[in-house]
Ligand binder design. Structure first.
Ligand SMILES: NC(=O)c1ccc[n+]([C@@H]2O[C@H](COP(=O)([O-])OP(=O)(O)OC[C@H]3O[C@@H](n4cnc5c(N)ncnc54)[C@H](O)[C@@H]3O)[C@@H](O)[C@H]2O)c1
Length: 254
């Protein structure tokens, strides 16, 4: 199947984990893909292992307005348009009590996990409005609707991402631009070890704890599970779906 043949997509945070799986699946489905990440080396590894050559890497910090502006304009220049944006870049938070949380930590988490969605929309939407079509897929988290202690800034940043998705979906519907959000549950990516509580340093043990305690289906979510959801929301399979929250979480959000 070539569900994205001829479409152009930007996937942020595509150097690792879910973003990498999404970029790979989109390339396999025929899209031109800009693989964007703050870590250029890992972005290049994603590109080297993609299914076809219509991919490019752009180093970008999604919290920087000038980087986002340039990311969007370079993508349009390279491929002649922009149909899909997947905002997957994100940073975790390790357990921090509210009185210990610093302004710098708060700002860093909010900037990457939610301000970036505003910035990507600000620069991508003008191109999508011109062509009267587009799909924006935000990767938030089940932590955006179901809190965990000590993840105060992370939960707030993901809650903001979810509500911004809904606000943009309404605002952009007249232009046939759809905006949806995926809430992954605890996933088998490099990020998961960084959510651990206190002195718990063994990643495998931490994963096991999250797996046992919070996922009713009893397994971690794989990056490819998220990629399948992103493909659905990015493609015409979901042409009448906007403002929707898709929990891909093994039941964690129930
Ligand atoms: N892993 C989980 O358990 C989990 C659960 C729910 C939601 N999420 C969310 O899913 C998304 C993907 O996470 P993942 O698990 O694949 O993590 P990951 O750490 O494997 O990948 C995140 C990528 O984002 C990039 N990145 C970080 N800051 C950036 C910035 N300022 N600009 C550009 N790129 C930046 C990193 O370099 C990395 O390549 C994130 O938004 C995360 O919050 C993860």
């Amino acid at each position: 199947m070539s569900l994205l043949k001829g479409r152009t997509a930007i996937v942020t945070g595509a150097g690792s984990g879910m973003g990498k799986a999404i970029a790979h699946l989109f390339a396999k489905q025929g899209a031109n893909v800009t693989i964007a990440d703050i870590n250029d080396e890992s972005a290049k590894t994603t590109a080297d292992t993609a299914a076809h050559q219509r991919v490019q890497t752009i180093q970008a910090d999604v919290a920087s307005e000038s980087d986002v502006d340039s990311l969007v304009s370079k993508t349009v220049a390279a491929y002649g348009g922009l149909d899909i944006v997947v905002n997957c870049a994100g940073v975790p938070q390790s357990f921090t009590s509210i009185e210990e949380l610093t302004m710098e930590q708060w700002d860093a988490i909010m900037n990457v996990n939610s301000k970036s969605i505003f910035l990507m929309a600000k620069y991508a939407v003008p191109f999508m409005k011109k062509q009267k079509s587009g799909s924006i897929v935000n990767i938030a988290s089940i932590a955006g609707i179901r809190a965990r202690p000590g993840l105060n800034a992370y939960c707030a940043s993901k809650g903001a991402a979810i509500m911004l998705t809904k606000a943009l979906a309404l605002e952009l519907a007249p232009f046939q631009i759809r905006v949806n959000v995926i809430n992954p549950g605890p996933a088998n990516t490099p990020m998961i070890g960084q959510f651990l509580v206190g002195d718990e340093t063994d990643k495998e043990e931490g994963m096991k704890r999250i797996f046992q305690d919070s996922v009713p289906l009893g397994m971690l979510i794989e990056p490819e599970d998220i990629a399948q959801g992103a493909l659905y929301l990015a493609s015409d399979l979901s042409k009448i779906v906007t403002g929707e929250i898709l929990n891909i979480d093994g039941g964690r959000g129930i």
